[in-house]
Design a protein around this ligand. Structure first.
Ligand code: UD1
Length: 344
């Protein structure tokens, strides 16, 4: 059945891959994006890949009620919303917490209020595995307590709480997807992650080193209590994550239980920084120059999802391999050395 879906932040890394999946499923999309940290070119390529023009763009800020209203009007009747628009740089959230509360929390509040006005109460929200803080038992399960340790994670947990309260008030269907570490790109290499400036995250930094844009990868910490001393994360292919959004929406459209659905979206397999680097080298035949440096403040030694609930409830599991993550991420980097911009 063809549905109309409003996607905030649809031009971003996870958003653009999700738009592609939904267009390929035949849905009609309205994207609301202010291109603060993304490019309209991503949406052009998404439509090209999908062979579909069923994507309406409204350029605007999710905190602006009139922009959100315009997005609803552009769509006719909206059947569901996926809310990606937000900020995610931990360090920046420490130095400018008000900005994070404004964009992430106030933006979600403005969106939810508009959804209510327009009679659309089905929402998939981008949450984060950092909601668990610094846990000591693994794998992480959704019924474990949240314990955010920085303003970024606090804002995500605050939105989860706001959405829980909304669900209690009646007639909402909400899924909070707690992402682990999405990497890679669409296998075409046409869309991918395009961080502004120096990447904070391991994978895009590593692909930029591979491309010669940076001279070496700094590995933050070699003295963690892990087998090789480097931190362990649950990396998943961004296409697996994108598919989880489509499945979550389909599930919400059928669901009747009123409480919000919180789901980990990860693989359940942990990889150390060194294992990721070696995997990338194997998949691409390249060598990544490395330098070990001190720990990065705020890093946790380990993060690992229990993906069982997503499997049970949605029938979703991550099936793409580390080799696919590396190969697809590398073909995006190679084909687009300056990301969506014209010149490096
Ligand atoms: C980080 C954020 C997290 C956010 C996520 C998505 C922190 C503490 N956590 O997660 O809140 O949701 O990004 O954007 O910022 N590493 C290196 N060298 C690098 C980059 C990273 O060794 O140049 C290491 C890190 O120390 C870490 C691992 O690689 O052990 C993964 O790092 P990253 O990709 O930034 O993800 P997270 O830290 O899990």
């Amino acid at each position: 059945m063809v549905r109309r879906v409003l996607i905030t932040g649809g031009a971003g890394f996870i958003g653009s891959h999700t738009c592609l999946v939904l267009l390929e499923q035949g849905h009609e999309l309205v994207v609301l994006d202010n291109f603060d940290n993304s490019s309209p070119e991503a949406l052009r390529r998404v439509q090209e890949l999908a062979g579909s023009t069923q994507l309406n763009l409204v350029e605007g800020d999710v905190r602006d009620p009139s922009a959100v209203d315009q997005a609803f009007s552009a769509a006719g009747t909206v059947d569901g919303v996926i809310h990606f628009a937000g900020l995610k740089a931990v360090e920046e959230s420490v130095s400018d917490p008000l900005h994070y509360w404004d964009v992430n929390v106030n933006g979600s509040r403005v969106l939810a209020a508009a959804m209510d006005r327009h009679g659309c109460r089905t929402l998939v929200f981008s949450s984060t595995s950092t909601a668990y803080g610094k846990p000591e038992t693994f794998p992480l399960r959704e019924d474990m307590p949240t314990a955010p340790v920085n303003p970024y994670a606090e804002t995500k947990v605050a939105v989860e709480q706001m959405l829980t309260a909304l669900c209690r008030s009646g007639s909402w269907q909400v899924a909070c997807l707690r992402y682990f570490n999405p990497v890679g790109a669409h296998p075409s290499g046409r869309i991918g992650e395009d961080p502004m400036g120096i990447p904070n995250n391991l994978f895009p930094f590593m692909t930029q080193v591979a491309a010669g844009r940076r001279d070496r990868l700094l590995i933050f910490g070699q003295d963690y209590p892990t087998p090789d001393g480097t931190c362990i994360r649950d990396y998943l292919h961004v296409m697996d994550l994108a598919e989880a959004h489509g499945m979550a929406l389909e599930h919400l459209w059928e669901r009747t239980t009123p409480d919000p659905l919180t789901l980990n979206i990860g693989t359940g397999r942990g990889l150390s920084v060194l294992e990721m680097v070696r995997g990338f080298e194997q998949a691409t035949g390249l060598t990544i120059p490395l330098e070990f440096v001190g720990r990065r403040p705020g890093d946790v030694p380990r993060s690992l999802a229990s993906p069982e609930k997503a499997q049970t409830v949605l029938g979703w599991s991550a099936h793409r391999t580390l080799e696919e993550m590396c190969r697809d991420g590398w073909s995006w980097q190679q084909g687009n050395p300056a990301g969506y911009r014209q010149n490096p």
